[in-house]
Write a protein that binds this ligand. Structure first.
Ligand SMILES: [Zn+2]
Length: 320
């Protein structure tokens, strides 16, 4: 695959999506789906610097705007949700290999420097002092969290409801969860504040900032009016805090639609990530508001194959 990518036979770019990159100490608070250990991330970045062509997201966008398909092995690195360890752990690694990256921020979470809801829920389950959970909108189900299958089902039920809730309702649900499970400890602050975002940009100019809604909202699940407000306010707040426009955007949970993409463009964003079900290899002509992304697999062999732009179908069938 490396040969194929090197000869330029298979063209196209791939956008990698990361969340938290951290050490074992922080990992205990994080839903493993959103966390890559620093050692694996470092190995992946070393590989990309050596074997691939890593470009900034705005460079990929301008290449696609010219109608040019990026060269084989072109890779863009992105992070969602504004984890503090992006500054303390990931940024120095990217700097070491001189790799650019984009950070997509949910504005309200940065304003409050609040740990992502999924990690708050994960921690409440993990550090629970009570194993009986009664949960569900409408008809409630009782889960015995000491039973593996019921634990999994209970966590899924909680996350599904939190995902669909607005900011206020989400806070109420988390308070209800903490009230029932009485966790013995709660996560430290895992999210950056604006001071840290600005310090990241000053210390690591390889970073570009993008929007990720106000409240980490599934925009496909709210009214058009609310989605528009989230998008416009997100763009305005980024300009207020950081003083530059336009920014890229990423749809939470990859959920988007034609009308949401139009709204993102009208709000002033220059491009958007989120394209569930699309082939992850991006070629021209591409919808700049529907750029697919993929999470990098931990296995280096699969990471090599995936980022070569070749046979992503095979990789998908193999699973991560
Ligand atoms: Zn997110």
């Amino acid at each position: 695959m490396r040969l194929a990518a090197g000869r330029g036979q298979i063209q196209g770019a791939l956008i990698l999506m990361y969340h938290s990159v951290g050490d074992a100490q922080n990992a205990k608070w994080l839903d493993p789906a959103n966390h890559v250990p620093a050692a694996i991330f470092s190995r992946q970045m070393e590989f990309l610097a050596r074997e691939r062509k890593v470009v900034a997201l705005d460079e990929l966008v301008s290449t696609l705007q010219k109608g040019i398909t990026p060269a084989a092995g072109t890779v863009v690195i992105t992070f969602d949700d504004g984890y503090l360890d992006n500054l303390t752990v990931a940024a120095p690694i990217l700097q070491r290999y001189k790799l650019p990256a984009t950070l997509f921020l949910p504005i309200g979470y940065i304003d409050r420097a609040e740990t992502q809801w999924v990690d708050q829920a994960y921690s409440a389950f993990k550090f629970r002092s009570n194993s009986r959970l009664v949960w569900g909108a409408g008809v409630a189900t009782t889960f015995n969290l000491d039973d593996r299958a019921e634990h999994q089902a209970g966590y899924l039920a909680v996350c599904e409801q939190l995902l669909q809730a607005g900011a206020r309702k989400r806070r109420e649900l988390l308070d209800e969860l903490f009230g029932q499970l009485h966790p013995t400890s709660l996560p430290p602050r895992l999210t950056m504040n604006w001071h840290e975002v600005k310090s990241l940009l000053r210390s690591y100019p390889c970073f570009e900032i993008g929007g990720h809604t106000l409240e980490h909202t599934d925009l496909s699940n709210v009214s058009g009016e609310e989605a528009q407000k989230e998008l416009i306010t997100c763009a305005q707040r980024l300009e207020e805090e950081l003083g530059v426009q336009p920014h890229p955007f990423s749809f939470c949970y990859g959920r988007t639609s034609d009308s949401l993409r139009r709204m993102a463009a009208t709000a002033g964003f220059e491009a958007a990530c989120g394209g569930e079900g699309l082939d992850p290899v991006i070629k021209a002509p591409a919808d700049l508001f529907r750029l697919p992304r993929v999470a990098g697999p931990a296995s280096m062999r699969r990471f090599d194959l995936l980022t070569s732009s070749a046979n992503t179908g095979i990789w998908r069938r193999l699973g991560r």
